[in-house]
Write a protein that binds this ligand. Structure first.
Ligand code: NAD
Length: 290
């Protein structure tokens, strides 16, 4: 396929490289990031989008997605798939999809889970909103960039799935970290805590796959001095998006709200910026109740 790829940062760069390595004709644009090997260089987003079968965007946020969409939608041919893989607010995803559909394009919102490692290794999970026909066209590309793609329904539902998943992740990571900190104060050995919880009803991905305690469980960012991994500020971004969506839909999400506030404090006022999101554990162990 002829693919335009806009946004070649930490995630987009390796995703575009995997598509090129699989034999697709990829033309990319990014104002700052280096161009990965095998990618043809465009001078603008418009250049990257014109005359392609599929245009993929991997951008920082909804405002930038809206700006890029305003630029590229008018130059894309009818029936081109407009595949946005960024994590953005549900409203931006739905507005951009509506604009694209009106222009005769096939929009998909397809945020990912799996981080930079998943992007490089081609093992991302895609959560996809939009028409099934568009999903079917993009499926071979999902299979190159990832290991799983779930069609979640109408436009915006990919973003909805992403923020709900990450709200669970933020809450369970905090719960896991505060439980480890309590266990420390009770004199319970961390390995014993892990052995019990990882096979009991308190287990979660945060405990068994991404254990926040160094030297316990499978290797994780905790074993690399909490270098990310999944940075605390990215978790904060997703928790903020979840709260925006909860406010718009009048959904009661008290734990999601508490998680957002804790990560906001951690990133903005404490030493969480640039740390993995599991560094909540040393944060809790340093603190007392007040
Ligand atoms: P990044 O900042 O490394 O990359 C974004 C790129 O977009 C940058 O290179 C920037 O120059 C480019 N860009 C900005 N404005 C542009 C424009 N007008 N035209 C073209 N390019 C433009 O971010 P990232 O880590 O690659 O994340 C991308 C998206 O993926 C974000 O929405 C993020 O939330 C999401 N995400 C990231 C991770 C992760 O672990 N990094 C995991 C899952 C999802």
């Amino acid at each position: 396929m002829k693919i335009g790829f806009i946004g070649l940062g930490n995630m987009g760069g390796p995703m575009a490289a995997n598509l090129a390595a699989a034999g697709h004709d990829v033309t990319g644009f990014d104002p700052i990031a280096p161009y990965p090997e095998g990618i043809e260089t465009a001078q603008s987003g418009k250049d990257a989008a014109r005359g392609r079968d599929v245009v993929i965007t991997m951008l920082p946020d909804g405002a930038i997605l809206r700006a890029v969409a305003a630029e590229i939608v008018p130059v894309m041919a009818r029936c081109t798939v407009f595949l946005d893989c960024s994590t953005v607010d549900v409203s931006s995803a739905r507005d951009v999809a509506e604009q694209a559909a009106k222009a005769g394009l096939l929009p998909l919102d397809a945020p990912v889970s799996g981080g930079v490692g998943g992007a490089s290794g081609g093992t991302l999970t895609f959560m996809v909103g939009g028409e099934k026909a568009a999903f079917d066209i993009a499926k071979p590309l999902f299979d190159i960039m990832g290991q799983k793609a779930v069609h979640c329904g109408a436009s915006g539902n990919g973003q909805a799935a992403k923020i709900c998943n990450n709200m669970i992740l933020g809450v369970t990571m905090i719960a896991t970290c505060e439980a480890f900190a309590l266990a420390d104060k009770l004199g319970l050995d961390r390995q014993a805590m892990y052995d019990v919880v990882s096979t009991s009803s308190g287990q979660s991905w945060s405990m068994t796959t991404y254990c926040p305690a160094p030297g316990i469980g499978p290797e994780s960012p905790a074993d690399r001095a909490y270098a990310p991994g999944f940075a605390a500020e990215l978790m904060l971004k997703d928790l903020r998006l979840a709260q925006e969506a909860a406010e718009e839909t009048d959904a009661d999400t008290p734990l999601g709200l508490a998680a957002r506030d804790l990560y906001a404090r951690f990133v903005d006022e404490e030493d969480g910026k640039g740390m993995d999101f599991s560094a909540m554990l040393p944060r809790f162990t340093r603190r007392s109740r007040t």
